[in-house]
Design a protein around this ligand. Structure first.
Ligand SMILES: [Zn+2]
Length: 370
């Protein structure tokens, strides 16, 4: 395994260097980057003069464990999905290319303030049981309870697009059941949760290659929500989230969905990292190995799984020691196997703990190899 890891580390580093010269939208996933600019925003895709040669820095070998071990539970599943990001864009200094008006200047100030607060929160010392759930209560998705607004963006790119019927289908058959699974699970833990799709947006063009396999490449595309927000006239993804939190007086969950195959992932901050994107999920209509057809509903468990990452849930299928424990304690938990058939998935105590539905620490977390 170590040899595999080191080989892959080298490979990713090579890709990293290569990519740094070619594509600034693939952001290398890293845990720390002391030199990055806190007030940077994802790349202004509308700016024709923006610097496309962003660099990638602070290569973090530890994080590669996540990337490599990630995904497919070899046993019985399904979702090529996954998680995370603590990406960080030291390279996004071209946010200064954005045009200015007095309103926008005000927004910049708010964003700077937001970023500063977030950085402070992300580095604060955890106390009590929160030490065991470091990804909990970070970013814009913090409390999975009460009323929460859901916004879905259906994006087109150079090789895929959506019809109205496909959009309706995905919303009804994939997203809504995934949200319902979360609501029903909440109820079991005595939590009131109402996830309401308030808006669906489409005809948004993403003008670059979307990273479809972060496991293989070590890169994630982080600016699809930014692109969508800009297309609606907002200054950035964070600006959009902030305005929508005010508009609906709730937390806001965003999904950006492409009508093609890929491994979906959640872009969620990690504690201690510089995060300059808004939390959201990047989804693909079909799993990576799919040929463009899957039974209806097969992505609904991915919707639930990735949404849980936004709120602090961790994967249980990596590394092997943790996976073995999870198979013993919670064999059907959606954070372990994420089975295609939604109703075959359970929602266990550990997942409830990680997302803050309970403060009772499950026994599994005290196991030596957890
Ligand atoms: Zn995951």
């Amino acid at each position: 395994m170590k040899r595999f890891l080191s080989l892959t580390v080298s490979l990713v580093l090579i890709i990293c260097v290569f990519s740094a010269c070619n594509d600034n939208r693939k952001q290398y996933i890293t845990n720390n980057n002391a030199s990055s600019e806190h007030n940077s925003t994802p790349i202004d895709t509308s700016s024709t003069n923006s610097d496309k040669n962003s660099s990638v820095s602070d290569f973090d070998p530890n994080y590669l464990n996540d990337i490599k071990e990630d995904f497919l539970n070899e046993t019985n599943s399904s979702a090529q999905s996954d998680s995370f990001i603590d990406s960080n864009s030291s390279n996004n200094s071209n946010s200064s290319n954005e045009t200015n008006s007095s309103n926008e200047s005000e927004t910049v100030s708010k964003e700077e303030e937001f970023n500063q607060n977030e950085d402070k929160e992300s580095t604060e010392e955890l106390v009590g049981v929160n030490k065991l759930r470091p990804d909990y209560d970070l970013g814009n998705c913090r409390d999975l309870s009460g009323d929460i607004t859901v916004i879905v963006f259906y994006l087109d790119d150079f090789e895929s697009n959506w019809t109205a019927a496909e959009i309706n289908n995905f919303t009804e058959k994939e997203i809504k059941p995934g949200l319902k699974f979360l609501e029903d699970s909440a109820q079991k833990f005595g939590i009131s949760l109402n996830l309401k799709i308030e808006e669906v947006h489409s005809s948004i063009y993403y003008d670059d290659k979307v990273e479809e396999d972060i496991k293989a490449s070590g890169y994630a595309t982080i600016d699809t929500l930014y692109t969508a927000a800009r297309s609606l006239g907002y200054k950035s993804d964070k600006d959009f989230i902030s305005k929508y939190e005010e508009k609906y007086s709730t937390e806001v969950i965003c999904y950006c969905v492409f009508n093609k195959e890929g491994g979906s992932y959640a872009l969620n901050p990690k504690r201690g990292s510089d995060v300059d994107i808004a939390e959201h999920v990047l989804m693909f209509a079909y799993d990576a190995e799919s040929t463009g057809y899957e039974p209806v509903g097969w992505q609904s468990s991915v919707v639930a799984h990735e949404t849980l990452h936004l709120y602090g849930a961790e994967d249980y299928y990596k590394p092997a020691e943790r996976k073995a424990l999870a198979q013993k304690y919670c064999p059907n938990d959606i954070m372990l196997s994420c089975k295609y058939f939604l109703l075959l998935n359970d929602f266990g105590d550990a997942t409830a703990f990680y997302i803050g539905w309970t403060d009772v620490v499950p026994a599994m977390l005290y196991e030596e190899n957890w």
